[in-house]
Design a protein around this ligand. Sequence first.
Ligand SMILES: Nc1ncnc2c1ncn2[C@@H]1O[C@H](COP(=O)(O)OP(=O)(O)OP(=O)(O)O)[C@@H](O)[C@H]1O
Ligand SMILES: [Mg+2]
Length: 388
Amino acid sequence: MRIILYTGKGGVGKTSVAAATALKASRSGKKVLVMSTDPAHSLSDAFDAKVGPEPKEMASGLYAQEMDPSSMMEEYWAEIQNYVTAVFEWQGTTDVAADELAMLPGMDELFGLLTVRRHRREGLYDALILDAAPTGETLKLLSLPDQMSWYVDKILPIQRRIASIARPLARRTRSLPPLPEDSVFAAGQRFYDALSEVEDILTDRKNASIRLVTNAEKMVIAEARRAYTYLNLYDYGVDAVIVNRLLPETVSDPYFSRWLEAQTEHLQTIEESFSPLPILKARLFDREMYGLEALSALSEDVFGDVDPLEMLYEGEAHSIVKNGDGYEVILNLPFVEKANLDLSKRGAELLVRIGGYKRNVLLPDSMARLSASGAKVEGNQLKVRLHE
Ligand SMILES: Nc1ncnc2c1ncn2[C@@H]1O[C@H](COP(=O)(O)OP(=O)(O)OP(=O)(O)O)[C@@H](O)[C@H]1O
Ligand SMILES: [Mg+2]
């Protein structure tokens, strides 16, 4: 099953583009489900028709679903929540507040992602299009299995053992916090296993890709670039960038001339940051994009003759690997000539200029303090060394 996840800063057009992708694919005869994992569902708005918690046919071959996290809460979180609530209550937090606190932010979306497993197992659709929450939230979720694995493999078994020894003792005294029952550990493990499976599905580059949606605006691009770096780090495959809401060149009103100028510059930055990933573009339409007709127009703008389900790019524009006591940033370039290479680094930003060609990488925050100490060319790759 082909899986495509759209993410990007709030309001850039993720939901619209996800729905448009699904619509165009369904019109070429594929059975497609578009699902929102974002708790602030808006697929109903995009389709201008009610979408429910179970897949609903919106047009021939096109299904939509807005996740209802409550059933999954029961399955994966109830046990853990009961325990966390007990700890809060032991501390003197009142019932209602304890219930609220035990539900971590971002959980809704997490449960949404777990639904991906179900659809993959059931295999009812040719493609699953995911309309995810804004970048920051989604990234946190996508990096969770990686971050949890150390804890789950190393710490959880020890804690579980200690808890089983200490529990009888703790029961007899009110001065210790309630210790988790073994079922809490089991629930934690089950939850982690489910999450890892979702990670495996989404990092499987043969079938799954992430697409970054952006606008030609400074802050929005910065977020997309950061997201791209982190997605590469966690090994998610990004196969395209979609620049939505571009002012058409035909807009001649002088009021917009500065906007148009800035847009040209921003498109240049997008090129430098993501090339050789394909960069698809859609104009700012003269209306809001809801309903099948509007989504169809949007899908033509974004994809034209391109099959929206195609794997649009394999590999990555850049990646970062550990190398001895430093790191190496590897840039995949269509051509490299070492002759006139110019490297500079400003904080977390690495700028590479080769002749008239510029590349621009936003590094993870932890690498901002490192310095770039030289570069070497190997085949079509430029490798830049970073160290303390
Ligand atoms: N190319 C476009 N031209 C005109 N309007 C657009 C275009 N793309 C999206 N819109 C409109 O912009 C609004 C926001 O779009 P959308 O809901 O798809 O963004 P989003 O990224 O999903 O937002 P959120 O982060 O809130 O989920 C909607 O009203 C939508 O109809
Ligand atoms: Mg949305």
